[in-house]
Design a protein around this ligand. Sequence first.
Ligand code: MEV
Length: 396
Amino acid sequence: MLSEVLLVSAPGKVILHGEHAVVHGKVALAVALNLRTFLRLQPHSNGKVDLSLPNIGIKWAWDVARLQLLDTSFLEQGDATTPTPELVEKLKEVAGLPDDCAVTESLAVLAFLYLYLSICRKQRALPSLDIVVWSELPHGAGLGSSAAYSVCLAAALLTVCEEIPNPLKDGDRVNRWTKEDLELINNWAFQGERVIHGNPSGVDNAVSTWGGALRYQQGKISSLKRPPALQILLTNTKVPRNTRTLVAGVRNRLLKFPEIVAPLLTSIDAISLECERVLGEMGEAPAPEQYLVLEELIDMNQHHLNALGVGHASLDQLCQVTRARGLHSKLTGAGGGGCGITLLKPGLEQPEVEATKQALTSCGFDCWETSIGAPGVSIHSATSLDSRVQQALDGL
Ligand code: MEV
C-alpha cells in the first residue's frame, strides 16, 4: 500500500441533451464542467478511517479493527460488483447510521464504505486512512456532484491500494491515468453512483472520469471529435430535488402511457443525434445558422422534458427570462428544479450577458458563465500545488 498523500480531483458535468432518455437506452451528449470536486487522502496509523465532507458538514470515523472483524463476504472479491438493495441494507448495519441520519449524509457514507470495503479488502489488512472531500459544485443541482465524489473516491482508493499506479512523476503538478486505469476507475465509480442513485445510466461518472465532451449510450462512450468551444450560462435555480425520485417518475409515466412517452424518448434521442451532427460540423468557425439549429433543439427538448414531468416553475422562469433576451435555455440533469443551461451565441455583447445574469440573479438564482470540456479525473502534486488546489485547501 502507498504511504504518500494523494490529491485527486474530478469535474462535474452538464448534459446538453438526452437526460432521462439515456436511462432508457437512448443517446446522451454530456460535457465536463470547469467546476471540480477535490479529495485528499492521507494514510495514517491511528487505527481509524476518517471521512470528512466539509461542504455538507459530515465527519465520520470508524475503527479499522472493528471493520476488519465484520463479515464482509457479502462484497464479492475482485471486480466491481453491483450493489444490490440487500447489500446496501447490510452496509447500513456496518456503517451504524442513526435512524434520523439525513439522506444525503447516509448515501455519501454508504457509497464511501462500499468503495472502501470492496476495493481495500484485497489488502492483508484494511488501511487506516484520513479522507477529506470538498467541492466547487453545488450539491443536488444536476451537475454530477455525486458522480465526481464517487470518481474521486474510486481513483484515490484504487491508487492507494496499488490496484492502479500513481501516474504522477517527479516534477509533475498534475497528471492523469491511462485508458485502462480510467476504465477501472469508471467501473468502480459507477457502483458508487448505484449506491447513491439506485439505477443511474452511468453518464455522470463517465464524463467525470474521461472529461471533455462525450456521447454516451448504454455504457458505450465515445469522445466528440473537435467539439466547438461553446460558452454557456449555467443557472442554479436552487430548488432542491432528488434524482432518484425524478428518474422513477419518468419510468412510471413510461409504464402508464407507453405509446405517448416512448415516442418522446425516441424524439429526444433524435435531438441528441442532430446536435452531435451539428457540433461535428461547426469546427472552429461556427456559422450563425448552426447556432439557430442548436437553439431550436434546446427549445424542443425542453418541451419534451416538461412532458416527461421533470420540469419546474423555476425552470420555466429561467426559460422565459432568457427568451425575453433572445436566448434559449433548457434544464440540465434530472430537472424538477436544479440547474439549467443557456446557450451564449458568439458576438453577444458582454453587457447583454451581464444584464441576463443580473435578471436571473434577481429571480433568486445563482448564475455563472462557463466554458465546457474540462479534463477528467486527475491527480495533483501534494507538494507543488497549483493555485486552484491550494485555494481549495485553504478554504477547508
Ligand atoms: C442525471 O444527471 C441524468 C439522468 O439522466 C439520470 C441518469 O442518467 O442516471 C436524469
